[in-house]
Design a protein around this ligand. Structure first.
Ligand code: IMP
Length: 425
């Protein structure tokens, strides 16, 4: 198969980075298609750790062309910092930026922070990177696009149109208004450093698909953070679903040949919003500490819960997931018993699907089954059959409940600590 798309199946932070790196080393092209620097993961290459926010995971591989595609929101200052960091460490990379992607600018960040403050205890719990206000501008047709950097006079014209409106909003929130000349000058500086990377990535990708190039579509965030299909309003402002890839890259529907869902062996979420299988207390703390469940971007402690089958089944259905990578399985040896939420009770009635509104989701009571855990260190295991029996049983139970194949199992953060049951790419 020459194209593979990766999707986080929960609320993000499923461990996509490790699997993406694995597949990026086999790819010719790695594409990020939505979101911005709200994402974050670190990858290890030749013993050095790199923190990536915007750059795709193929960036450390000289033979890979990395694409920031049309659906992205790109903070140019953050991008330059990441590119500088690569250059300073002697990394030679290939990167192209979509002319159609939009710029995430300082006023988006200010507006994100101001609105979160104004929402008080109803806040979304965003990463405060300006993602929501930036996508709002796209829908409002007020964005400055990456391609505008190539035409300074048009860039200035756009700023003259857009900035007065942004300043009105900033003023309404009691924030500092922004100066057009300063912003324009800073964007001209950015332009000098990025102009050679800006192309029509749609054209590039259409040709790549025709030439049967190996393309990896990496995922960012998780399905439950999808603006439409997630736990609205506690979601991000784009769609992390693989079904959004065509619309965010300009590629036709059939360009995604294989879909790989990534899920943790338990569930986490950062930020506010419903989380039916959430747990707290001692068990949650043990899992959080063992799994290092603290935000990569914000360092916030992540909320922890058991696997939620109605939630995962819903994501398999809407995204057409048949292949799954199960991550952080090793973490669960710190508990004696593992629970799985198999269905919910809503107003006293059993339901096996995920309701579509937050008010229903806040009311549902999870129904759990419990399985025994294992105490063995599984980090050196490379074959499914060599896993402790209770561990095998847990995996088979998930496969049975979800009706998917768990083709990849991660048994520790190390690159090699992976059980590959089927080659997908
Ligand atoms: P925003 O994307 O910064 O607007 O944040 C909206 C919600 O999505 C918040 O709950 C964030 O914590 C969450 N979020 C955004 N990006 C990520 C991610 O990469 N991993 C996990 N959660 C994320």
């Amino acid at each position: 198969m020459s194209t593979l798309a990766i999707e986080g199946m929960q609320w993000g932070d499923e461990g996509k980075g490790k699997i993406t790196d694995y597949f990026a080393s086999k790819a010719e092209i790695v594409v990020r298609s939505q979101g911005g620097n709200n994402a974050g993961h670190s990858i290890e290459h030749s013993g050095v750790r790199y923190a990536l926010r915007l750059l795709p995971s193929g960036i450390l591989n000289e033979n890979v062309i990395n694409v920031l595609a049309d659906g992205m929101v790109i903070n140019p200052f953050c991008l330059l910092e990441e590119m500088e960091n690569m250059k300073n460490r002697g990394v030679k990379f290939h990167l192209i930026l979509s002319k159609r992607a939009v710029l995430l600018l300082p006023y988006h960040i200010e507006l994100d922070k101001a609105r979160e403050n104004a929402l008080g205890d109803k806040k979304i719990g965003t990463t405060k990177n300006g993602i929501g206000p930036c996508y709002e501008d796209k829908a409002a047709r007020l964005s400055i696009r990456v391609g505008d950097l190539l035409e300074p006079s048009y860039l200035r014209e756009r700023l003259e149109t857009v900035l007065p409106i942004k300043n009105l909003q900033l003023k309404a929130f009691g924030g500092q208004e922004m100066d057009l000349e300063e912003l324009y000058a800073s964007l001209l500086k950015v332009r000098e450093q990025v102009k050679d990377y800006i192309v029509d990535t749609t054209r590039f990708l259409l040709d790549a698909i025709k030439e049967d190039k190996k393309v990896l579509f990496e995922g960012a965030q998780g399905a439950m953070l999808c603006l439409t299909y997630g736990t609205f309003p506690y979601v991000t402002s784009s769609s992390p679903l693989v079904t959004a890839i065509p619309n965010n890259t300009g590629l036709p529907l059939n360009s995604v040949q294989t879909v790989l869902g990534i899920m943790k062996a338990y569930t986490t979420r950062v930020g506010e919003g419903p989380f039916p299988s959430e747990i707290d207390g001692d068990i949650a703390k043990k899992i959080r500490d063992e799994g290092h469940e603290y935000g990569t971007v914000t360092k916030r402690p992540r909320r922890v819960g058991w696997l939620d089958i109605p939630q995962l089944k819903y994501v398999c259905e809407i995204s057409g997931i048949h292949h799954v990578a199960l991550m952080l399985l090793d973490v669960l040896r710190v508990v004696d018993e593992i629970s799985i939420c198999t269905e919910y009770r809503l107003d006293g009635k059993k339901i096996d699907y995920m309701p579509s509104t937050v008010s229903e989701l806040e009311k549902v009571k999870p129904v759990f089954i419990t399985l025994p855990s294992w105490k063995e260190d599984i980090s050196k295991v490379r074959k499914f059959e060599d896993l402790p029996l209770n561990c095998q049983n847990y995996i088979q139970k998930i496969e049975e409940l979800l009706g998917v194949d768990i083709d990849i199992i991660s048994v520790s953060p190390d690159k090699e600590a992976t059980i590959i049951r089927k080659e997908l790419f």
